[in-house]
Write a protein that binds this ligand. Structure first.
Ligand code: FES
Ligand SMILES: [Fe+2]
Length: 445
């Protein structure tokens, strides 16, 4: 079980907290590149409990900084994006994308001390449509995480963001909770209607999977297994948790599924989900919700997400149209007719509704965890151990200085001969899979 103290340490993310400090060692996806248009007004960003603004000046440089002007704390959200930075509209001070104060036009030349003033700006990098920031304190800023989805060629990945109104941990744990899939998402799908080889075949034919868990250097991994439909081989589904808030889920073919799913804490009760997925080759055609069932339809209740237009508020970005205020547009008739198990239309939305329904932060002392939750308990333990080790020793956590660690993590499903050990089966699949090129080296050439 998770104690009240462990719960606090795991869920709180502000500056100075155990988990907040742990996460600040890693690069954090802050926005999509497309959200920051050159010369356009700044955007409000909330990350790890900090109110920030992001902008791209007219020269194309991206700045992400504390929204408070270092002069008298007026919000730079109201600032003007200029050629080489942003100008605070209160007294006209101008700051470059790196935070350096460049002008103090309300002071005489003798009074001017711009060279001594800096806005609190974070290092920024962009790759494949994502703006990343580093909020840590290490003198040597690390490299971006090298999970494979972050190493694919420019233009071949699809990035998606969706805001969720609950703590990051309960949001993330939906991704490593294998047994919910057979109920929450496909509880109404009849096994007879699922063709052999369909991505959900195993899930629907056996809704109480057995699985194995192991700790990895980058986090944790589970492998759920069931007898394959041929009655002879084994059907495997591998899944990963990677420090500090990433997962890889198993809903596509292992060989070509290259994904990273981030559960980025905005603050203690809001999370920004980001998915970075390779869409090259045949991958797009294999998605669980587009592969037809025997009756010619697809999984009922798996419509694509509908998002509201973004607004300028701190919580205004990437919100779903169906939300707690409208009970996620639940269709009770569809639920009664057993067409859609939840009555809620959309796989992501079903997860959203359920994890938000737990409250802003789960009362972990109220849980009654079962053997089916062992991936969750092991992952919490690994997170706490790593975060406390950083608190106690200050030594960089796994993957911070050695981002290549994440390259070994892959997820997905495959079929294997019955007598092959699970770790060996995994290694064999990784070797045979489509692998990322070395983006960093490639980009430097
Ligand atoms: S508060 Fe921003 S310039 Fe004075
Ligand atoms: Fe789910």
């Amino acid at each position: 079980m998770t104690t009240a103290q462990e719960s606090i340490e795991l869920t709180r993310v502000g500056a100075g907290t155990v988990m907040g400090n742990f996460m600040r060692q890693y690069w954090i996806p802050a926005a999509m590149s497309s959200e920051l248009q050159s010369g356009q007004p700044p955007v409000r960003l909330m990350l790890l409990g900090e109110k920030l603004i992001g902008f791209r000046d007219k020269a194309g440089k991206v700045g992400i900084m504390d929204h408070r002007s270092p002069h008298r704390c007026a919000s730079l959200f109201f600032g003007r994006t200029e050629d080489d930075g942003i100008r605070c509209v209160y007294h006209g001070w101008k700051f470059g994308a790196d935070g350096q104060c460049l002008e103090q036009p309300n002071l005489t030349e003798e009074q001017n001390f711009a060279d001594k003033v800096r806005a609190k700006a974070y290092p920024v990098q962009e790759r494949n449509g994502v703006v990343w920031i580093y909020m840590g304190e290490a003198e040597q800023v690390p490299e971006l995480p090298s999970f494979e989805a972050n190493l694919m060629p420019e233009g071949e990945t699809v990035v998606r963001m969706v805001q969720r109104e609950c703590n990051w941990l309960q949001a993330l744990e939906g991704d490593i909770d294998t047994s919910h899939f057979g109920f929450l998402h496909v509880g109404s799908v009849k096994p007879d209607n699922v063709p052999d080889g369909h991505p959900i075949h195993g899930t629907v034919s056996d809704r109480a999977p057995q699985y194995l868990v192991r700790e990895r250097e980058y986090g944790t991994q589970y492998a759920a297994y069931r007898p394959h439909e041929d009655g002879r081989r084994t059907y495997w589904r591998f899944n990963n948790f990677m420090f500090p808030f990433w997962t890889q889920t198993p809903q596509a073919k292992f060989e070509t599924y290259i994904v990273a799913r981030g559960w980025v804490p905005m603050d203690d009760t809001h999370t920004m989900f980001i998915s970075i997925q390779w869409m090259g080759g045949e991958v797009a055609k294999q998605r669980t919700n587009v592969v037809p069932l025997k009756d010619g339809g697809t999984i009922p209740g798996s419509s694509p997400d509908k998002l509201l237009p973004n607004t300028a508020g701190w919580y205004g970005r990437w919100r779903m149209e169906a939300n707690a205020d409208n009970d996620y547009l639940i269709d009770r008739d569809a639920q009664m007719r057993d067409e859609i198990f939840t009555g809620i239309d959309g796989i992501h939305l079903q997860d959203q509704a359920i994890t938000e329904s737990m409250g802003g932060i789960i009362d972990h002392t109220h849980e009654r965890l079962a053997p089916s939750d062992q991936m969750i308990t092991r992952s919490r333990r690994a997170m706490l151990r790593a975060a406390r080790a950083f608190r106690d020793t200050g030594a960089p956590s796994p993957g911070v200085e050695n981002p290549d660690l994440f390259r070994t993590a892959r997820a997905g499903f495959f079929v294997e001969e019955p007598d092959v050990d699970w770790e060996e089966a995994y290694e064999k699949q990784v070797e045979a899979a489509v692998r990322a090129a070395d983006y960093v080296k490639h980009a430097a050439e």
